[in-house]
Ligand binder design. Structure first.
Ligand SMILES: C[S@@+](CC[C@H](N)C(=O)[O-])C[C@H]1O[C@@H](n2cnc3c(N)ncnc32)[C@H](O)[C@@H]1O
Length: 254
């Protein structure tokens, strides 16, 4: 055989082995859920996360969620659970001036970024930020017209209790939209997340294996439906896109 044929065979075998390696990682992680940390409190991680949230694709995603939420409820009291650096809180306040939005997060680091960004966006007087957990939302029973949450569900230590807590704070007829990654996403999308984790994101996030860790901790649509049905939440349905899932709906009007 010619030297070039040998080289071609070696390159082909190396590529095949690489694809097989990635494929097995992808498959294993789809089956097995690996929980992630609650509360992103490390200042370097919180700042790095805040930076990637300003990327245009993240802004688009946020706009999509904000529009869907506002189509469900455009006035009254709202909360964003696990609000992170506050971009959705600000987006909702801009899109629907009739909404009074409170961002709730475990992490003080994230909340202080939220306050700064809201001031910079000129909506600081119309939004609040409060420290709290998804399982212990710092508002009274039946006091909210809308609860939203993005990319946080997979962090919640007890998601069934948190969904029940969301049901406690919602008024009858109120809306909720809990948006998160899905773990069972297709191989090409998984490859993009793998690439982002190892090449694109700032070092502090790469160091903790994000965003792949979030994908590994996320639920499948079927798992999300089991969580919702085990909780006290009523009027829910699960929807799924190629990369994400939602638990959304309107609570029973009794
Ligand atoms: C990946 S970030 C998402 C932030 C923001 N919602 C967004 O879409 O950019 C997850 C956020 O959820 C918060 N978090 C994690 N577990 C939580 C819990 N049990 N209760 C409240 N917030 C939580 C973290 O501190 C972090 O700010």
């Amino acid at each position: 055989m010619k030297k070039t044929t040998w080289l071609g065979l070696i390159a082909g075998a190396a590529t095949g082995a690489k694809i097989a390696f990635f494929w097995s990682r992808y498959q294993r992680r789809t089956i097995e859920r690996i929980p992630s940390l609650e509360g992103l409190d490390d200042p370097a991680v919180a700042r790095a996360y805040g930076r990637i949230m300003t990327m245009p694709q993240m802004a688009l995603l946020r706009r999509y969620v904000a529009q869907r939420a506002v189509a469900m409820k455009s006035a009254g009291a709202a909360a964003d659970i696990g609000c992170g650096p506050g971009d959705l809180v600000i987006g909702l306040a801009r899109l629907a001036p009739g909404l009074h939005v409170t961002g709730v997060d475990l992490s003080e680091e994230m909340l202080s970024q939220g306050k700064e960004r809201a001031a910079w966006a000129g909506v600081r007087g119309r939004v609040k930020f409060r420290q709290g957990a998804a399982g212990q939302i710092p508002v009274a029973d039946a006091s909210l017209d809308l609860v939203v949450s993005t990319l946080s569900l997979h962090h919640w230590g007890d998601p069934v209790a948190a969904l029940s807590e969301i049901s406690r704070v919602l008024r009858p007829g109120a809306a909720f939209l809990i948006f998160d990654l899905r773990r069972d996403l297709a191989f090409p999308l998984w490859s993009l997340i793998y690439f982002a984790t190892h090449v694109v994101v700032p070092r502090a996030l790469r160091h903790i294996g994000e965003p792949l860790g979030s994908r590994n901790a996320a639920y499948t649509p079927a798992e999300a439906a089991s969580l919702a049905s085990a909780s006290k939440l009523t009027g829910w349905r699960v929807t799924a896109g190629p990369l994400w899932l939602t638990i959304e709906g309107t609570t029973d009007d009794h």
